[in-house]
Design a protein around this ligand. Structure first.
Ligand code: NAG
Ligand code: NAG
Ligand code: NAG
Length: 350
């Protein structure tokens, strides 16, 4: 496994060397989803789910808290680096994001959003349906700055990444009696996969052809989930992880159907379950010292506004931690995840 990933990475490296000092491997990179990939859209929403204050961003460019739920770079930032971009797709709602800034892509993700539209509503986040509306608006702007012909090729050659689902379970299903009393986990998964399927079909109808979708992570190993659902144990919550595994199987089946149905579509599932699970359960073998606690505060529960400058106990060196706050990986962990993403994504860009 490790061998084949490094093989693919060298293949990609070879591709990259060919384009040194030239164009990125794809003309643009568009990102949709939740807090794992939000780069600041929620800064512009009346929502408590934000990360645009220290210590978020303390290891990012200029130590600036952009709204990323991380001390530094997200996995998608590393991906953009590897693709040869010199800047990251900007948060679409950022007022500076217009015209020429959109030529290399944009980021529509919003923390606490999900496939299930009510998840986003609970937190006043941007539902995926609205992210898609913003993307349509963005396409019109692209046509204005690049012309119809160039815009069409940017749209069809661009890489699209969708990363959602965790909030639907952690921030909604498991804590919401209106859902968990009436839906079995299986039925809830089917419901959100229907939204996933609709989303991919809409994106395809709008011209997207190269789409990567992340699987659910091992949600039972997120420090906050262990605290909330772990019955005082410090181990990953097995039930939550098995829910994620069954969801991921269904995600594969649904994606296979979409590929058969939608002409010209390249669709790849980026499995982040296994690499993150390995980081947590074999952290010392991977050069990490701590996986039960996040770096910020006690690391057991803090995220968003609870992780702030006044949080007591924040660690000095986040690169020793798998998790930055109680729900989101550190830059160091994201780098490992990104390498896996790139290995799996070669077929999307070649
Ligand atoms: C379209 O792309 C070509 C090739 O990159 C470029 O020369 C041309 O200026 C672009 N057209 C517009 C309207 O930007
Ligand atoms: C889903 O597909 C991906 C890529 O083909 C694979 O790596 C992963 O193991 C599959 N996951 C499940 C749960 O079948
Ligand atoms: C932080 O930890 C990493 C990994 O153990 C180590 O390589 C690095 O030197 C440390 N940085 C500081 C400033 O101590």
């Amino acid at each position: 496994m490790a061998y084949s990933s490094s093989c693919l990475c060298s293949l990609l490296l070879a591709l990259l060397l060919n384009v040194t000092n030239a164009q990125p491997l794809v003309p643009a990179f568009f990102i949709f989803g939740d807090s794992v990939v939000d780069v600041g859209n929620n800064n512009h929403k009346f929502s408590v789910v934000k990360a645009n204050f220290p210590p978020y961003g303390r290891d990012f460019e200029n130590h600036y808290p952009t709204g990323r739920f991380c001390n530094g770079k997200l996995a998608t930032d590393f991906t953009a680096d590897l693709l040869g971009f010199t800047s990251y797709p900007p948060a679409y709602l950022n007022l500076n994001t217009k015209g020429n800034n959109l030529l290399n892509g944009a980021n529509f993700a919003s923390a606490a959003s999900g496939y299930y539209k009510h998840t986003a509503k609970l937190y006043n986040a941007i539902p995926l349906s609205q992210q898609l509306e913003y993307y349509k608006e963005c396409q019109n702007k692209l046509v204005e700055v690049a012309g119809q012909k160039n815009a069409s090729s940017i749209i069809s050659d661009a890489l699209y990444l969708v990363s959602a689902g965790t909030s639907d379970f952690i921030q909604n299903y498991y804590i919401n009696p209106l859902l968990n009393k009436f839906y079995t986990i299986d039925r809830f998964s089917d419901t959100i996969l229907q939204s996933y399927s609709d989303f991919i079909q809409s994106l395809h109808a709008l011209g997207a052809r190269r789409i990567g979708v992340t699987s659910l992570p091992p949600i039972g190993c997120l420090p906050g989930a262990i605290t909330l659902f772990g019955s005082k144990s410090n181990e990953c919550v097995a039930k939550l992880n098995s829910d994620a595994i069954s969801f991921n199987k269904k995600l594969n089946t649904t994606s296979q159907k979409l590929k058969n149905m939608l002409p010209g579509l390249k669709l790849v599932i980026f499995d982040i379950y296994q690499p993150l699970y390995d980081l947590v359960t074999k952290h010392s073998q991977n050069g990490f010292f701590e996986a039960r606690k996040g770096c910020c505060g006690t690391g057991l529960i803090e995220t968003s506004i609870l992780c702030n400058r006044k949080s007591i106990g924040t660690c000095a060196n986040a690169s020793e931690y798998v998790f930055w706050d109680s729900f989101h990986p550190t830059e160091a962990a994201n780098k490992v995840l990104a390498n896996n993403l790139v290995a799996a994504g070669v077929s999307l860009i070649s």
